[in-house]
Design a protein around this ligand. Structure first.
Ligand SMILES: *[C@@H]1O[C@H](CO)[C@@H](O)[C@H](O)[C@H]1NC(C)=O
Ligand SMILES: *[C@@H]1O[C@H](CO)[C@@H](O)[C@H](O)[C@H]1NC(C)=O
Ligand SMILES: *[C@@H]1O[C@H](CO)[C@@H](O)[C@H](O)[C@H]1NC(C)=O
Length: 830
């Protein structure tokens, strides 16, 4: 027991010192006193949560309102009055003693360490929120080993294989009651298994977070993409222990992971300057996050109200099952026989199945992974969980694939084993679905006519597309002739700074240009995803069959593009010319393109303001490089949302230089007979006179800024109240001082109002009618990043919607309005 007068003495000492973080033997903390960590990030003392009158000893984030508790000592043994103390003794034990003198909580109950007398132990609250009892450097006890519902930076959640102790989070019972609740958040801690987090309610899994993809937990939309909040996540596995931790290195924010009393796993960030909490993640967020909702081989999607569907190559077990009850899941349409022709279908943008049924090897690349899966007949799927570019890792699934969903963003590639007949029957399931639709339509509308129409339309479209591809190719060849003059034809191959790939390498990488690997159809032909033997992911742009005389030009293009290297341009990795094939090999961009996000109702909200600004700024820097900093002066000529690709961290990369024109150093403007570009983005002088310069790119960029801010397409924008184009609408709002009304409704508190206004202002300056009124590229970059005052914009070009184009030009060609969003190739200018 303590000697009363000593207590009194130290009490005075504590009170007189405002930021004390340490107490020594025989000192105590009474109710009403607190200690602070050194930089005053955390505070410890007695508190009452919410409306409760109970008292608890705990640690909380300092200066947040309401109080945000990070740790509670006596969570299950509350104190009923304010007459308690926390005492610290020479055995290195802290105890909470109530008003009658009984110990109601003690660190000795939470420690396996043998009782010893220490010479000079201290109790210290550290700036990471860890309460440690130590002697010298020897830690006797720490609160980080006994977390409640909150995980802090530096805390290790996991398992010690020797002591068998597992550290995990346990929820509170309610907002006012910190006692042990129903929910726990635990990592899958089995050696050889891949990391993911489960939230349990008692012993049932409620939701699964992950797997961890080396950047974030899969499907976590904003994770790490916000440059203001960067933290590192570590998964550590060794012979003794297996744990997970996260760390940040910042004096501007703190972060916490928490399992709430409602069973959610949440990530929060605290901005230290404003003491405001911002939520970064809360799962489950919707039905699809409920564990195993769609049964084995079922996949859940929130897009288009799909709900549960079967993976490609699978069908429902029980036809009676509705989309709401899919618990029996799906079965294979065609059984596997482990024959040599069996293969895998790529499913992209997935939440990878539960890794309980998977084995993991961190040193294999995707090719080895495929081989390993192929060679073992019981392997049903494989994937590389590591989303770092070039990152290694292989998951092989044995047994059912469960808890799968499709993500709108940050999803991963999953390769599912299918019977040979399923694979050769290209897109069989797609056709099956389509058949159903057609049959239904026909029976409803007695429509042989309709069927004919559909067929006719289909055939026409196909022909049209073919014709279009041919002209694109010819045009490209023509455009490249210009470039040709700049370069010496001799020694060309040696000039090319990127490797030439053999056709067989590319065929292997793309599974013989398998339809399953097709990412889309670009201006000049299809684009495929591929994986090189080293495991590197690539995008292969297969240019439509070239004529022999195009090869020189093609090589020239490769030379030029290879020289353009900037972090905001898509990187050319190599090329291939062989057997009539010409291909460009680019780095693979997992998050598709900007238009996929900003113009889609369900995905708009995935890009918050800091990310959008990051994208605007990145595009500007990429443009600056093209216009000025590269060895060549390049005008892109087709800058649009569809040509801005996004990497793992949502960094923007300008792509598609097919239309780019290189200028000689002293040239700044050129004239062309053909107007190429995309409606909605081309500048007035280019549309009218075929004049293009860096200023026509600036115009397109201005349109792009306004589109990113508003989430609306310039082309096709209709305002109910007046007939302005998006540009005119933005201008009108600007003049009325209501610029912020332009904002995408899905943007919320992540906004920096002055930054948004600045972007709109710069956007308007970029879309000025006259090229000379538009700022040059360095000025655009400076204005976006700076804070000074900006010149006033005038009325933009293309003020009025539709084909009248501009108020000042009367002699305009009429642009065919059927070409929305399509890159024009054959529009004749005067
Ligand atoms: C944190 O940042 C500082 C300064 O930027 C650096 O010196 C220090 O090494 C960093 N610490 C860690 C753990 O990364
Ligand atoms: C992982 O794969 C590599 C390469 O195939 C192999 O050498 C290694 O033994 C594997 N490790 C484990 C633990 O299976
Ligand atoms: C296939 O893999 C499973 C799980 O790793 C293993 O138990 C089995 O022995 C393997 N079969 C063959 C033929 O390698």
């Amino acid at each position: 027991m303590l000697v009363p007068h000593i207590t009194f003495f130290f009490l005075i000492m504590l009170r007189s010192c405002s930021s004390i973080d340490t107490i020594g033997v025989s000192q105590n903390i009474t109710d009403g006193q607190t200690i602070f960590s050194k930089e005053e990030k955390f505070e410890m003392g007695f508190f009452s949560p919410g409306t409760s009158k109970n008292r608890y000893l705990g640690i909380w984030f300092k200066n947040t309102s309401p109080i945000t508790v990070a740790w509670v000592a006596n969570r299950d043994t509350p104190l009923v009055d304010s007459l308690s103390t926390a005492n610290f003794d020479s055995q290195g034990i802290m105890s909470v003693v109530n008003s009658t003198g009984s110990i109601i909580w003690s660190t000795s109950n939470y420690s396996s360490a043998p009782k010893t007398n220490y010479i000079n132990p201290i109790l210290q609250l550290l700036d990471d929120g860890n309460l440690v009892i130590k002697e010298g450097n020897n830690v006797i006890w720490q609160s980080f080993d006994y977390p409640t519902d909150t995980m802090l930076s530096g805390m290790k959640l996991g398992k010690n294989f020797k002591t068998r102790q597992e550290i995990y989070l346990t929820s509170w019972k309610s907002a006012d009651d910190p006692s042990t609740g129903d929910y726990t958040a635990r990592f899958l801690m089995v050696k050889g298994k891949y990391q993911q987090v489960y939230v349990y309610k008692s012993s049932d899994i409620v939701t699964r977070i992950g797997p961890y993809n080396a950047i974030a937990f899969a499907g976590q939309p904003n994770y790490k993409a916000n440059p203001l909040y960067v933290y590192e996540v570590d998964m550590v596995v060794n012979d003794n222990e297996m744990y997970f931790e996260f760390m940040y290195n910042s004096s501007t924010f703190s972060a916490k992971f928490i399992v709430t009393y409602e069973g959610k796993f949440e990530i929060w960030q605290l901005t230290l300057r404003t003491h405001q909490w911002i939520q970064d993640l809360a799962l489950p967020a919707n039905n699809c996050d409920n564990y195993e909702l769609c049964g084995p081989y079922g996949s859940c999607s929130t897009e288009n109200f799909l709900g549960c569907t079967c993976l490609d190559g699978f069908e429902v077990v029980d036809e009676q099952e509705s989309s709401d009850d899919f618990s029996r899941g799906c079965k294979r349409s065609k059984a596997l026989d482990c024959g040599p022709k069996e293969g895998f279908r790529l499913l992209s943008s997935m939440k990878l199945p539960d890794t309980q049924n998977a084995s993991y090897n961190g040193s294999m690349n995707l090719i080895e992974c495929k081989e390993a899966c192929k060679s073992n007949c019981s392997c049903v799927a494989y994937a590389n969980p590591n989303m770092n570019p070039g990152g290694l890792g292989c998951l092989l699934w044995f047994g059912d694939l469960i808890d799968i969903r499709v993500y709108p963003i940050n999803g991963q590639d999953l390769y599912v084993r299918l019977a040979a007949s399923e694979l050769s029957d290209l897109g069989s399931s797609f056709r099956k679905k389509k058949q159903v639709v057609i049959e239904v339509t026909v029976s409803v509308s007695a429509g042989l006519t309709l069927l004919c129409l559909i067929l006719a339309f289909y055939i026409r479209n196909k022909r049209k597309r073919k014709r279009k591809l041919d002209t694109e190719r010819q045009r490209q060849v023509r455009a490249l002739k210009v470039i040709d003059k700049d370069h010496n034809n001799s020694n060309k191959r040696a000039n090319i700074e990127v490797p030439m790939f053999t056709l067989s390498t590319i065929m292997r990488a793309t599974d013989n240009f398998s339809i399953n690997n097709q990412l889309g159809e670009g201006g000049f032909g299809p684009v495929y995803k591929g994986v090189l033997e080293q495991g590197q992911e690539i995008a292969v742009k297969r240019l439509s069959k070239s004529s022999r005389q195009g090869l020189d030009e093609f090589e020239n293009e490769v030379i030029c593009i290879a020289k353009l290297q900037h972090r905001n341009l898509v990187k050319l990795l190599g090329y291939c010319i062989q057997d009539d094939e010409t291909m460009l090999i680019y780095e693979y961009m997992p998050n598709k393109s900007l238009d996929w996000f900003i113009f889609d109702n369900s995905r708009q909200s995935l890009l918050n303001w800091p990310q959008r600004f990051h994208i605007i700024h990145g595009i500007a820097r990429g443009l600056l490089y093209l216009h000025q900093d590269s060895r060549l002066r390049v005008v892109h000529r087709d800058l649009k949302a569809g040509n801005i690709l996004l990497d793992h961290n949502m960094n923007p990369k300008i792509s598609d230089f097919g239309l780019a024109r290189m200028f000689k150093e002293h040239e700044s403007e050129a004239n062309t007979k053909k107007v190429v570009g995309t409606l909605g983005y081309i500048s007035p002088e280019y549309a009218v006179n075929g004049l293009f310069s860096v200023k026509s790119d600036i115009f397109s960029f201005g349109v792009l800024i306004l589109e990113i801010v508003s989430g609306k397409k310039n082309r096709g924008f209709v305002n109910q109240d007046h007939h302005n184009s998006l540009l005119g609408h933005a201008w009108r709002l600007y003049k009325e001082g209501k610029s912020l009304d332009l904002l995408d409704a899905s943007l919320d508190e992540s906004l920096l109002v002055s930054q948004v206004q600045r972007c709109i202002h710069v956007g308007l300056l970029c879309v000025q009618q006259r090229a000379e009124d538009r700022p040059d590229t360095p000025f655009v970059v400076a204005m976006l990043g700076g804070e000074g005052s900006l010149p006033s914009p005038k009325q933009p070009g293309f003020f009025i919607q539709g084909s009248e184009l501009s108020s000042s030009s009367s002699s305009l060609p009429t642009l065919p309005s059927s070409l929305n969003g399509v890159t024009l190739s054959q529009i004749q200018a005067r």
